[in-house]
Write a protein that binds this ligand. Structure first.
Ligand code: HPA
Length: 238
């Protein structure tokens, strides 16, 4: 075993990896979008699959929820499996009225109060950027495929927003222009930086404090499939 959390052989993981939070979503992507699929990880049920999308080898594996989980998996993929690029595909809550449920967000920067970067290598940054080149490609593919995206900063929170006793988002919202919250991008972007690799994050808006949060399963699946398609089409055009 190469790492404490992944059992794949080096060659079984592609240079580009898509990471949903939910391992069953990784299975959904493998089942519905990839061919010649091989299971590459089962440890802790963090299911991972490598297959082909239009002849390009792609790995999809869950990140789990939160900075520590994403921190571990992305660290191991970049360092021990020589992965070059990771695209997180997840969900977020909206901080601003202008975001509609199921909008697709391309993240420019992640702001976090997390100590992840500080503990990892004494990095004091609170705002970490996605890889510009990778984001430019995602934007180009979105335009070419008529997929509407919105760009902005995200708050990588350590508490699921609805579970905060007093929702105080003044700093991420007003100081760092965060348009929503998720829980993993900060760790991914930091790890990409320390290894000189590439990272991006695409999110669909799953909840908003300004809406009643009723989404039909069909609309949810359509938006999810659009985000998956955007990440896969980007992966084969790099
Ligand atoms: N907060 C944090 N993470 C999230 C949310 C939220 O509201 N929605 C989806 N992921």
């Amino acid at each position: 075993m190469l790492t404490p959390h992944l059992e794949a052989k080096i060659d079984d993981i592609a240079k580009i990896v898509l990471m949903p939070g939910d391992p069953l979503r990784a299975k959904y992507i493998a089942d519905n979008f990839l061919t010649n699929v091989k299971v590459i990880n089962n440890i802790r049920n963090m299911l991972g699959f490598t297959g082909y999308y239009k002849d390009v080898k792609i790995t999809v594996i869950g990140s789990g929820m939160g900075i520590p989980s994403m921190g571990i998996y992305s660290y191991e993929l970049y360092k021990f499996y020589n992965v070059d690029k990771i695209i997180r595909i997840g969900t977020c809550g909206a901080y601003i009225k202008d975001l509609e449920l199921l909008d697709i967000i391309l993240v420019n920067n992640s702001y976090s109060e997390s100590s992840y970067a500080l503990l990892q290598n004494n990095c004091n940054e609170k705002l970490i950027s996605a890889t510009e080149k990778l984001n430019d490609k995602i934007e180009e593919i979105a335009i070419n495929n008529n997929i509407k995206i919105k760009k902005g900063n995200i708050h990588t929170s350590e508490v699921f927003t609805p579970y905060m006793t007093n929702i105080n988002i003044d700093v991420p919202l007003n100081q760092y222009n965060c348009i929503g919250a998720e829980m993993e991008a900060f760790a991914l972007f930091h790890n990409a930086k320390i290894f000189n690799k590439e990272a991006a994050c695409i999110l669909t808006v799953s909840d908003s404090m300004f809406k009643n949060n009723d989404i039909s399963p069909e609309d949810r699946e359509k938006s999810l499939n659009q985000m998956i398609e955007l990440s896969l089409k980007t992966a084969i055009n790099l």
